[in-house]
Write a protein that binds this ligand. Sequence first.
Ligand code: AMP
Length: 289
Amino acid sequence: MTAAVRPQVLVTPAEVRRRVAGRRVAFVPTMGYLHEGHATLIRAAREAAGPDGLVVVSVFVNPMQFGPNEDLSRYPRDLDRDLTVAGEAGADVLFHPEVSTMYPEGYSTSVTVQGVSDGLDGAARPGHFTGVATVVLKLLHLVRPDVALFGEKDWQQLAVIRRMVRDLNVGVEIRGVPTVRAPSGLALSSRNSYLTAEEQARAAVLSRALSAVQAAYLAGERATAALETAGRAVLAGEAGLSLDYLTVVGGDMQTREMVDNDPMNRVLVAARLFGVRLIDNMPLDPGAA
Ligand code: AMP
């Protein structure tokens, strides 16, 4: 087997502009420390770009989306491994800008997507989605992709980005990619690296709770409170777990009543386990999607 070609690393906006000019571009924004979930997005981007297109992956740990007491300084980083993973998945270019390039002295603009950003992670992490929307809009302007791919793992983030792109006429197709999981059910995440193998095995309880809500829904339950109780029962008594939310939502991220058979009906969970905040979600009816 021949080694995969490592992507070309570009660090300045001018280099990126030159590289993407005239090409069909599929884009995967990330914060790096790439895992199989990211690789799945990059393979989908390869497919979306076509044989003549360009697949661009960005690796940028965006300070604007971290709160003052969050894990910005210890967020895991390994650019060398990211190049291998991105190359094997089919990336052509890895864009790795400096913080001072993205937010130079005097930087003063931000993008807030109201409504969809307000609840759940937006409530738990004030300013987080403003940081996400701002950096994603900047990256979309820099890379000018035809298609940009995001994981359903971050369901509320995907909703925020779809709304921003629609509201601001960004002119890019946004594609969501289903969550990639470990065999235990645990959703892959760069933050899982903060946990030991044993703690990761324990953290799979989050996906079991979501599956329990899904099972209740598929058995015909539609009452929001009963669905949420089915999930919380799985988490109850789990040592070392502090629940932030376990919530069912309808298509617009704010409706709590289930419109029957809406493929956007979703159950979302956020919890702190062994000191690490993890999020996950599942469709209530996987067959309806
Ligand atoms: P991050 O590096 O965590 O900012 O994630 C970059 C992109 O990868 C986002 O669109 C995430 O939703 C997506 N992603 C992260 N984990 C997964 C996963 N387990 N399955 C699918 N996509 C994922």
